[in-house]
Design a protein around this ligand. Structure first.
Ligand SMILES: Nc1ncnc2c1ncn2[C@@H]1O[C@H](COP(=O)(O)OP(=O)(O)O)[C@@H](O)[C@H]1O
Ligand SMILES: [Mg+2]
Length: 227
């Protein structure tokens, strides 16, 4: 399904208006689920690969960045299959891994999606030790620094049932959102992912069902439009 991000709406999945509204609803639900002052950190993951973590994380981040008083950054913490910078058509040269090993400053790795207010940290060079980097003190300190500058930090990660990389990050965030794909994700895998989050003291704030087909606009909105 082609991305419909030419107008910086970033809705994907073919739902058009309904898809954009669904991401706004997810944004509202996430905001209401995290009761705290200051920066809210949200981790997006799923049970296995290809369920739409990156698509969901990028769209939710874009939705947050469009609100007033809502400085938003998305960090690509999938250090094995990073695709956030590709999603936003950004350079992926210097990123998270470069910063964590001391090769550059934080300011050097923060990019802005042209024509938007959304900030992005790409993964950087693919490292041999992703889980080690994400469990480092340098990563925790970086999140603390970003929390002073942003209202929302959205973190894209690899699937929890496949690799352990997201586990240390779960403990550094205020909420975890799991993504499941309609008619593809299994209850067994989803259960396992939920258990992983709970076992590591993560706060599961919800499950996004990706790939759901909406009814045709004509059918869906007819009663509303007739009034
Ligand atoms: N709702 C959807 N409808 C159609 N294609 C989708 C949808 N969500 C994701 N995709 C596509 O599926 C592939 C995997 O999505 P991605 O977000 O990269 O998954 P993950 O990060 O979980 O591996 C991508 O090519 C993406 O464009
Ligand atoms: Mg991904």
């Amino acid at each position: 399904m082609a991305n419909k991000n030419k107008n910086k709406g970033y809705a994907t999945g073919g739902g058009g208006f309904a898809t954009v509204e669904a991401y706004k609803l997810a944004r509202t639900n996430i905001s209401l689920s995290i009761i705290k002052q200051g920066c809210k950190r949200v981790l997006i993951t799923s049970s296995v690969a290809g369920e739409g973590k990156t698509t969901t994380a990028c769209n939710i981040a874009a939705a947050f960045s469009k609100q007033v008083n809502s400085r938003t950054i998305i960090i690509d913490c999938d250090l094995r299959k990073p695709t956030v910078s590709k999603f936003f058509h950004l350079k992926s040269a210097k990123g998270l891994t470069n910063y964590l090993v001391g090769m550059c400053t934080l300011d050097e790795i923060i990019q802005t999606v042209p024509g938007t207010e959304l900030s992005v940290i790409s993964s950087g060079i693919i490292p041999p030790n992703p889980s080690e980097l994400l469990s480092s003190q340098a990563f925790a300190d970086m999140l603390d620094e970003l929390s002073l500058r942003f209202d929302y930090i959205i973190i894209d990660t690899p699937p929890v049932n496949i690799v352990v990389d997201a586990i240390p990050v779960i403990q550094l965030v205020d909420g975890v959102v799991l993504v499941a794909y309609q008619n593809k994700s299994t209850f067994t895998e989803l259960d396992k992912a939920v258990d992983s989050v709970k076992q590591h003291y993560g706060k599961l704030i919800g499950i996004v069902l990706n790939g759901k087909r909406f009814k045709s606009k004509k059918t869906q909105y007819k009663p509303y439009r007739q009034q």
